[in-house]
Design a binder for this molecule. Sequence first.
Ligand code: ATP
Ligand code: MG
Length: 274
Amino acid sequence: MNNKTEQKASVGNADAKVISFCNQKGGTGKTTSCLAVAGFLAEQHNVLVVDMDPQAHASYGLGVTLTAEEPSIYDAILTECGDYEGVDIEQVVYETPYPSIHLIPSELDLSLAELVLYEAEDKLHVLQGLLEKLEIHYDYILIDLPPHLGMLMMNGIIVADHVIIPVEPSWYGMESLKNFNSYRQELERDTGIRLENLSLILTRYRKPGLLALFTENQVKDILAYLKKTYPEKLFIVPECKAVLMAQKERKLLANSYSKSEAAIAYSQLAEYLQ
Ligand SMILES: Nc1ncnc2c1ncn2[C@@H]1O[C@H](COP(=O)(O)OP(=O)(O)OP(=O)(O)O)[C@@H](O)[C@H]1O
Ligand SMILES: [Mg+2]
């Protein structure tokens, strides 16, 4: 744990359940979903959020902005890969304004870790090696992944017990899901792993209507496509102003806008994950 912080998480849980939020398409609601679920799970559990995106939006959303000297997940990855001396994973765990949520933050330089990971000996399991040292302290570890089919994403998928794919209701969103499907098959073939626990979230869902993006039939087509291609559990989160308000205020939906439509949908997802 970072020496600025105090260890607060309970010790003694067998293994944390690791949940990764993943989609190679940008802006589909990965970070929004990760933080929303973290907020609801934290009502009863100890949660660690791992920001694996160089954009560091999850870190920002949890109220953590690192100074140039403070270490991030990037330093811990370099250390684990033998490229850099001396920053253990425990040193990059930070407290957040929420007592039951800890954070491993990111920074822009994390994009450089793609190459380091690619050249590492056990390139697919670097994050797994790091998180194994922390799992005992948490009930849930939530990983926010970047919109990029690279080593960071692959590490985040491999370590996950459950992968959640937020999808936006657009034709490009559906196309990107088809691409993810091919990627998933390739990954399963190359690594021998099976992505058995997989859920979809249709984010920013607007009810059909005059001002909506899609007609009722188009929405039906999208839902039918999702259910056919991904028969796994499908959640729907409505488009909701509260999401934008919470992000502007760097608050969590569970704490500040818990009665909003999006919060209710995310609380049901958190319930399902328990
Ligand atoms: N339910 C919602 N209602 C309204 N706006 C939403 C909702 N979900 C997400 N958004 C908005 O959509 C945008 C993209 O969300 P977010 O940053 O979570 O996506 P992302 O997949 O993490 O993006 P990136 O790929 O860049 O990491 C944000 O501006 C967010 O506020
Ligand atoms: Mg994001």
